[in-house]
Design a protein around this ligand. Structure first.
Ligand code: GRF
Length: 217
């Protein structure tokens, strides 16, 4: 019974079809707190032509996280902004806005950013701030989504890329991918299945968010 835990083709839902390439390469900023596999997926998609854009900067809030090492390996500029050094959520978000404005970032991606963001960031990147979440929202919003999906005994779960609004995991959905959850799944078997689909849908979601820049152009 090992076959059912290998990666399966997932049902992929693109509401309005994959977007056309943007008129110019999108300048992308990424926020991460941990592993950074979604950050790497975006860098690879942009370098292999799957995403018409360039990842121009990574910010992490946790010194020594794996995402930082990936940035170094991939040659992407990275900055540590430790949230403990800011007196409020808003102060950190103002610093982020300033940082990414200097980099002229078009679309900002929360790729495992374990901080609640304030309206400061949401408004500065209105319709251009994307989050990736490991469940089929609106199910299992918040922390430990995969663990809670397993505990609930769902048979289908997945991941969601959505625009960010101040309410946690609640903004307009851009794209979702569904994966099976098997009765004998554990976090160790389910997580890779979901992560593989996150890496697939996030570049598409970023391109979708980038379209807002050129609306009416
Ligand atoms: C992903 O599962 C994402 O859905 C969640 O945090 C995780 C980040 O993984 N928000 P990684 O750091 O990109 O590997």
């Amino acid at each position: 019974m090992t076959r059912q835990n290998t990666a399966q083709p997932a049902a992929l839902v693109v509401p309005h079809g994959a977007p056309p390439p943007s008129p110019r390469p999108l300048r992308l900023g990424v926020l991460a707190s941990g592993r950074g596999s979604n950050f790497e997926a975006l860098v690879r998609a942009s370098r292999h032509g799957a995403l018409h854009g360039d990842v121009v900067g990574l910010v992490v809030n946790t010194p020594h996280c794996k995402a930082l090492a990936r940035a170094e390996r991939l040659g992407v500029g990275a900055t540590v902004m430790n949230h403990r050094h800011y007196h409020s959520r808003e102060a950190l978000d103002h610093a982020l806005v300033n940082h990414f404005r200097i980099l002229q970032v078009d679309v900002l991606v929360m790729a495992g950013w374990m901080r609640i963001v304030s309206p400061v960031l949401c408004q500065a990147y209105d319709k251009r701030l994307v989050n990736i979440h490991p469940s089929l929202l609106p199910a299992f919003q918040g922390l430990n989504a995969m663990e809670r999906a397993l505990a609930a005994g769902v048979r289908i779960t997945g991941c969601t890329a959505h625009l960010v609004v101040p309410e946690v995991d609640a903004g307009p959905i851009l794209i979702q991918a569904a994966v099976p959850a098997y009765p004998n799944d554990t976090l160790a078997t389910l997580a890779p299945r979901i992560h593989a689909q996150e890496h697939r849908i996030l570049p598409i979601a970023v391109a979708m968010a980038g379209q807002h820049l050129f609306e009416g152009a």
